[in-house]
Design a protein around this ligand. Structure first.
Ligand SMILES: Nc1ncnc2c1ncn2[C@@H]1O[C@H](COP(=O)(O)OP(=O)(O)OP(=O)(O)O)[C@@H](O)[C@H]1O
Ligand SMILES: [Mg+2]
Length: 320
């Protein structure tokens, strides 16, 4: 009881402190509770905290405060590509996302893994499709919480398939114009939080490197099981490699029949081997998957490819 009481009190204090226009200064450092421990160590320990407990983490923020202060907004998810918002659990492609989820939990047994970066070589490979559906399938498991962030500041777009607002979002947070509560959105799916890219900005790389993305992740990560970071195409701009600096692992999306092999290879070379978790083969037909004798895979010696080809026997309207 007293823990709950403390948590409610803390939430109340945070709410009181937030009245007015509280803005974190740029480069502000998070409060580290255990001074004798390096911040990263404290963060690593907070990863193994059961997510159902009320843990203030390094920032002192609690999930209760997040629920209280982050407004629930109306989303209008695209039923053709957002696979887990409807009632059916048998949408084409859904099973592949469940397999991807299992694979990530297996990898997590071997290394600390929470912040997942999703990228690809080129535009339209399916990064945002993969990031959004992965976040959804994660929270389909009871009690699991996920935060999905659109880090593609050059071409904000992840809010569209979700039917969510574009701003305020990451850009406003990185500019120091709002705090995390204002930039986060809570939609119709329990335990799924979203930070849109925010308004278009001319200085995407500088903003992503200004230290506030790391600060954001440090402040909120103890409240989530997974943080999924959607990024820009890595062969065209350096933004994804900047975001990789604050991520635990990278998933590379390759679009079947579209991403040229040499560019997929170049994209892969942008990241250290140990960060590469695997490749999602997006848009492969079931026939192609069945015939494939090869697979893509990095890190831990396991490869996997996921095809999201249309299965004619299932949801006829879905292209996924
Ligand atoms: N497997 C799929 N089935 C159906 N539609 C898909 C699939 N993958 C991607 N799409 C659709 O293709 C379009 C491009 O995908 P998406 O936006 O995910 O690509 P992206 O890599 O994020 O592109 P960008 O770099 O421009 O942000 C979107 O309309 C998306 O819904
Ligand atoms: Mg995208």
């Amino acid at each position: 009881m007293s823990r709950i009481h403390d948590a409610l009190k803390r939430a109340e204090q945070e709410r009181a402190a937030s009245t007015g226009t509280h803005v974190e200064p740029a480069y502000a450092q998070p409060e580290v509770q255990n001074e004798s421990m390096p911040a990263r160590q404290v963060l690593a320990d907070s990863r193994i905290t059961s997510m159902s407990t009320v843990s203030p983490g390094v920032s002192g923020l609690t999930y209760e405060a997040l629920l209280a202060r982050c407004a629930q907004t109306e989303w209008n998810p695209d039923p053709r590509t957002m696979l887990f918002f409807g009632d059916s659990d048998r949408r084409a492609g859904a099973e592949e996302f469940r397999s991807l989820r299992s694979r990530l939990y297996q990898i997590r047994e071997k290394m600390p893994l929470k912040r997942l970066l999703i990228t690809s070589a080129l535009p339209k490979d399916g990064k945002s499709f993969t990031a959004a559906n992965l976040a959804q399938v994660m929270v389909r498991q009871h009690g699991r919480r996920a935060l999905l962030i659109d880090c593609d500041l050059r071409k904000p777009g992840l809010h569209r398939p979700l039917g969510a607002a574009q701003s305020p979002g990451l850009a406003e947070y990185l500019l120091g114009e709002c705090d995390e509560f204002a930039a986060l959105q809570r939609g119709p799916m329990e335990n799924l939080f979203f930070m849109a890219a925010g308004r278009s900005v001319p200085s995407a790389a500088e903003l992503l490197a200004n230290g506030r993305l790391q600060l954001l992740l440090q402040r909120v990560e103890h409240m989530f099981d997974w943080i999924i970071l959607d990024t820009s195409p890595v062969v065209l701009v350096s933004d994804a490699t900047l975001v990789a600096g604050v991520s635990d692992g990278v998933i590379l999306v390759v679009r079947s029949g579209a991403t040229p092999a040499d560019l997929a290879r170049r994209a892969r070379e942008e990241f250290p081997d140990k960060m590469l978790l695997g490749v999602v083969l997006n848009g492969a037909s079931p026939e192609h998957m069945a015939q494939s004798k090869y697979y893509y895979g990095y890190g831990y010696g396991y490869g996997y490819g996921y095809g999201y080809g249309h299965r004619p026997d299932e949801d006829k309207n879905s292209q996924a």
